[in-house]
Design a binder for this molecule. Structure first.
Ligand code: C5P
Length: 419
């Protein structure tokens, strides 16, 4: 799950590289809406950009159709990041002075999203005191910069002025998003998927969890700038972008990976951890006849089970039990087939966590492995019923809720300190 990048292309020769830049941004999971300045159209065609990005390409501030379909303010608001590449000396000067006389500069003045510029120009223009001052002004306002780099310039000279290489711009987009999101500077551990508890080399105990919900939560937290470690049992779900994956098989391995990843500010236990494991993991495949014989019956066999560690409870009670820092928010799931809210309330108390996301996993709900989820957010103070929605939307909603809660906590602390 990527971000929405508004790519403003201004009129430098490096503009010819922007279809490739758009493609690489899309490879990184982002969606791209190109906005071309008038002079940029001399170097790259709107058609090339539209074909690559699959998006409408915007250019004329006063196009009535564009304004009708999507006003320039909405373009500015919908972006998660505005990238100006290449950024000419001219657009940098306009940005520094707040000019808004075409679509790109108007968006730059209206947007609240982080802005990243990839300057490209002749080395003397880059060195000029006016450009230096403009860059200083922009950086002091929080605009981030990638490049320029040294090399052959379009004018035939050599020096500092080439637009940064495309992979470096794509990386700068990722780090700018990370550094500016509402959860930047925070760490989260998310567990996801089922666990597989081996009985012998070929057999295991498992459950129907797909990992979709846990992975969606990890992706949504990362999108808000959180540094996310995803500890996942076996799943075919792709690893979300910008998330550190620790792949595990068993509950014991999951517990160890979580402990090794602590401390964190946020813990979300979305994994369907097996409550039990086979007391013995036979080194060789257990033969049908062997089992029958050893237990004195041929049609009946028993596997002895041992309880697995409760990861959620362990994390929620850190401090009380093993010392160390408990995450500020410890969030668990309650997959229930009946009395959903009541059982979730009991679980909240017994696990010692802050929130429980309760969901009905009875077979008619198709939640395990399905694409949608219907959540009841149970806290000590309240129960909130969320409408049935995609697991991706549940992830986004939860991540937003976590960001708001941490921000409110920080405000309260700041307020308390001042009084
Ligand atoms: O106890 P129960 O399995 O119903 O609780 C579900 C919640 O507890 C989920 O958030 C799950 O990830 C977590 N859990 C855990 N370790 C276990 C069992 C459940 O972290 N051994």
């Amino acid at each position: 799950m990527g971000n929405h990048i508004l790519l403003i292309i201004t009129g430098g020769i490096a503009a010819y590289k922007t279809p490739e830049l758009a493609r690489r941004l899309m490879d990184a999971g982002h969606t791209v809406t190109p906005v071309l300045s008038e002079s940029a159209t001399q170097f790259v065609t709107p058609l090339a950009l539209a074909s690559v990005s699959g998006s409408k390409v915007y250019g004329d501030l006063f196009s009535l159709t564009d304004e009708h379909e999507m006003g320039h303010i909405r373009l500015a608001r919908d972006a998660d990041l505005v990238l100006v590449a290449p950024a000419t000396a001219n657009v940098l000067a306009k940005m520094a002075h707040g000019e808004a006389n075409d679509l790109g500069t108007t968006i730059l003045l209206a947007t609240e999203a982080p802005v990243l510029v990839a300057p490209a120009m002749n080395w003397a223009m880059w060195d000029h005191a006016a450009t230096r001052d403009n860059m200083h002004t922009l950086e002091s306002r929080g605009v981030t910069t990638i490049g320029p780099v040294a090399g052959d310039l379009a004018c035939g000279e050599e020096g500092m002025g080439r637009m940064a290489d495309i992979p470096d711009i794509v990386n700068a987009v990722a780090s700018t998003l990370k550094a500016t999101g509402p959860l930047s500077g925070t760490r989260a551990i998310v567990t996801s998927g089922p666990t597989h508890e081996p009985i012998d080399p070929v057999r295991y105990i498992a459950n129907r969890s797909s990992g979709k919900q846990g992975h969606a939560i990890a992706a949504a937290l990362a999108k808000l700038g959180c540094d996310v470690t995803l500890v996942s049992g076996p799943t075919v779900e792709p690893t979300p972008k910008a998330v550190k994956l620790i792949a595990v098989e068993t509950a014991v391995e999951m517990m160890a990976a979580v402990e090794q990843s602590l401390p964190a500010d946020i813990f979300v236990g979305a994994a369907a951890v097996a409550d039990w494991r086979a007391s013995e993991n036979a080194p060789q495949k257990i033969k049908k006849d062997t089992l029958g014989q050893s237990q004195g019956a041929s049609e009946h066999c028993e596997i002895s089970l041992t309880q697995n560690p409760d990861i959620l409870k362990t994390v929620a009670t850190i401090g009380a039990t093993v010392g160390g820092r408990r995450p500020t928010l410890v969030i668990g799931f309650a997959a229930e087939t009946q009395n959903v809210i009541e059982n979730a309330r009991t679980k909240l108390a017994s696990k010692g966590c802050d929130w429980i996301l309760a969901n009905d996993v009875s077979s008619e709900q198709d939640t395990f492995g399905g694409l949608d989820n219907e959540i009841h957010l149970v806290t000590r103070a309240s129960v909130e019923d969320w409408p049935r929605q995609s697991k991706l939307d549940v992830g986004r909603k939860l991540a937003g809720r976590i960001a708001d809660t941490l921000a409110n906590n920080a405000k309260t602390r700041a307020g308390g300190g001042a009084s």
